[in-house]
Design a protein around this ligand. Structure first.
Ligand SMILES: Cc1cc2nc3c(=O)[nH]c(=O)nc-3n(C[C@H](O)[C@H](O)[C@H](O)COP(=O)(O)O)c2cc1C
Length: 394
């Protein structure tokens, strides 16, 4: 196959086989409660049949991708937040078999999988999906989960050194036609041969969401897509909540951040697309949306689960001043455990997502309190508005 054909096949994967300037994915549906630590009865089950229904709605409704969360153990609380979770590569494989156009990611903790096992699992998913599988590579942070496996985490930045070697092995397995030996710091492998290769003379998209310097450098050197959290902390504090994205400060900061990331990637001779994540609550009127968001995210927040999540990030009442601690837990609850809320009428949600697109963000992975109940309205009302604004293909 000619190089140009391979590049073309790879570009089609990057475009997720569509022409949407601004891509939209669903985030976290493989876990119970999704990304909202809430006790409301309609919270997301994460069960297979619900996931299947969600994927079909997404596939038919024009959603570009599904991004699961790699989680091995929940955070407790009254809702047993994330207590139920489907493993992501097998989840993706099942969903790819039942869908036609949506790209489905698997989220892989590099330290928990041998790269050759993962490489073959992902090729299997990719073959099932006809080239629609993507990889979210995670270096790991949650010590509680790693203890469950009896695995000691490496010092923070070394996790990304390891992940880079892991990716190198995986990539060779995906591409080398002949047997190869590998002599690295962490892997010494003999006569490695893996067939088949990923679908269609191209390879799955690779993304990462590191927040640290080491994590970002890793993404720039190795990934097609980088997920970053957009906050407007200054404005948020001023309003005692989340300011609108249309806040000029927000747009300008986001645009600067995207440009900086792309510029940094160019220093490594690479181009990278920047994505972000958030939670959507969209209702016919602004008031209805805000009331529901307050009810689900705040009044019915699963506070013990949120406290546990903070504790795993080494933030406790004992080591944090009381007002700062309260502000951290409020932020986690309101942000869908660490994103940005997009709350409002279809006009407002479309306007705010459109501003991300204008700032150069390539796409967003969003969560909903209940994907099956909420995504159809989002697809019917918000996507056409984004289309009119030029951010979605006709
Ligand atoms: C969009 C997004 C998806 C993520 N997915 C996962 C995941 O599935 N599993 C996980 O353990 N961590 C996940 N993370 C956490 C990151 O991989 C990373 O550990 C975190 O941002 C801290 O960055 P650092 O490793 O550079 O310190 C995700 C983060 C973001 C923003």
């Amino acid at each position: 196959m000619a190089l140009a054909d391979t590049a073309d096949a790879q570009q089609k994967r990057a475009d997720m086989y569509g022409a949407n300037p601004f891509q939209i994915g669903l985030f976290g549906a493989n876990l119970s409660s999704g990304r909202t630590a809430t006790t409301v009865p309609e919270r997301w089950s994460g069960d297979w049949l619900d996931c299947l229904e969600m994927a079909k709605i997404a596939d038919d409704g024009g959603i570009d991708f599904l991004l699961p969360v790699g989680r091995w153990k929940g955070y407790g609380g009254a809702s047993d937040f994330h207590g139920g979770g489907l493993e992501t590569i097998t989840w993706a494989t099942g969903l790819l078999a039942h869908t036609k156009r949506v790209t489905v990611f698997g989220t892989v903790h590099a330290p928990l999988f041998h790269p050759l096992v993962a490489a073959k699992q992902m090729v299997t998913a990719d073959q099932v999906g006809g080239g629609r599988f993507g990889l979210n590579i995670v270096a790991g942070w949650n010590q509680d989960e790693f203890e469950m496996f009896g695995i000691e985490q490496r010092p923070h930045d070394e996790r990304y050194v390891f992940a880079e070697e892991w990716l190198d092995v995986m990539m060779k397995a995906w591409t080398c036609p002949e047997p190869f030996d590998y002599d690295g710091k962490y892997f010494q492998l003999r006569k490695v041969l893996a067939k088949p290769k990923p679908f269609g003379h191209s390879r799955p998209l690779i993304m990462n969401a590191g927040a640290s310097g080491a994590g970002q450098t890793f993404a720039m050197r190795n990934c097609d897509a980088f997920f970053t959290t957009i906050t407007n902390a200054g404005a948020a504090r001023a309003e005692g909540g989340y300011a609108r994205n249309s806040d000029p400060f927000m747009l300008e900061n986001t645009a600067k951040r995207v440009a900086g990331i792309k510029e940094d990637a160019r220093k490594y001779g690479r181009s990278i697309e920047v994505y972000t994540q958030g939670q959507v609550v969209c209702r016919p009127t602004q008031t209805e949306a805000e009331e529901y968001y307050q009810w689900a995210n705040v009044e019915h927040a699963d506070w013990p689960a949120i406290d546990r999540l903070l504790e795993l990030n080494n933030v406790t009442r004992a080591n944090t001043p009381a007002d700062e601690y309260e502000s951290r837990r409020q932020t986690l609850a309101k942000s869908g455990i660490g994103g940005r809320p997009y709350v409002g009428s279809p006009d407002r949600v479309a306007e705010e997502l459109g501003l991300l697109a204008r700032a150069g963000i390539r796409g967003i992975a969003v969560s909903f309190v209940n994907y099956v109940k909420d995504v159809p309205y989002f697809c019917a009302e918000v996507l056409p508005r984004l289309r009119k604004m030029g951010f979605r293909a006709p």
